[in-house]
Design a binder for this molecule. Sequence first.
Ligand code: PBE
Length: 301
Amino acid sequence: MKKQKFIKLFLLALLIIPIISACSSQTASYNSKEKLGPQINYTITGIDAGAGIMSSTQTALKSYGLEKDNWQLQTSSTAAMTSTLDKAIQDKRPIVVTGWQPHWMFTKYPIKFLKDPKNVFGKAEHINTVVRKGLKTDKPEAYTILDRFHWTPAQMSKVMLNVNEGMDPEKAAKQWIKANPKLVNEWTKGVKKVHGQSLKMTYVSWDSEIASTNVIAQVLRNQGYKVTIQAMEIQPVWASIATGAADAQVSAWLPKTSGLFYKDYKGRFDDLGPNLEGAKVGLAVPKYMTNINSIEDLKNK
Ligand code: PBE
C-alpha cells in the first residue's frame, strides 16, 4: 500500500517538475515570438542622470514614438547597469541598456548596438581635451602635453580592463605608461621639466574618464607637476574649467553627448581637440535578441 502511494507521488512529481520549470524559464528567458515591451516592463536600463547618453536616450524615446508607448528610461549608475546586464545575460533574459564604446561591457558581454536610423545618438563621437583660458601662457609645458595627448580606444581599453579587474587606477595608469614609452614620448618630447607647479584636473567617474584622466595626470606628474584630480558630475566639470577653478579635463564626448555643455560654456574654455576618436554612444541589447536590431524594433517587435 505504502509503496504504491510512493510510486504515485513519484510519477506526479515527474509530471509536474518539467511543467513548472518550463513555465518559469519561459517568462525568464527572451522570447522572440512575443512583444519585447511587456517582457521588460517597457524599461531601458540606464546610468547616472547627468550623463549625456541619458538625455540622448530621452530624445530617442520621443523621436521613435516610444514614450507614448509607455517606454521609460531607468536611472541608476554604470556599476548598477552592468551588474543588471550581467545577471540578465546569465539567464538569457531580455534587456535594453544604454551602451557606449570604448567600454569593457562590449568585451565582457555579447552585446550589440541597436541601429539608430533617426541618428539621435550621432554616428561616431570623439573625446576632446578642454582646458581653461590662460593655461597656454601660465603653464605652457602642461598645455603642450595636454594638446598632444591622443590615444586609441584599444589603448584606453587596456587601462579600463585592469581597473575593472580591481587594479587601482593610478597603478593601472603607471603600468600603461611603462608599457607605452614611445607614444608617451610623442606627447612629452622636447617639453621642459617643471618643478612642483600645481595642476588641477576634474573628471566624471566614468570608466573611460577614470582611465584617461589618470594616465594624462601621471604623465604630467612625471614631467614635474603636482597634479590633483577631482571627480564630480559632468556639469561642474565644465563649470570648473570655465571659471578657472580647474586647469583641464579630458572628458568632453562630442559632438552630441556633451554637446549641450559645449554650447553653454562656449568662449569660456580652450578646446584642444580630440584625445580619442572612434567612440560611440547608443542603445544596446544582448546578441541573443536576434530579432531586435534597431531602436525602431523596440516599438514594433
Ligand atoms: N558616457 C561615457 C558619458 C560620457 C562617457 C557615454 C556614459 C555620457 O555623458 O553619456
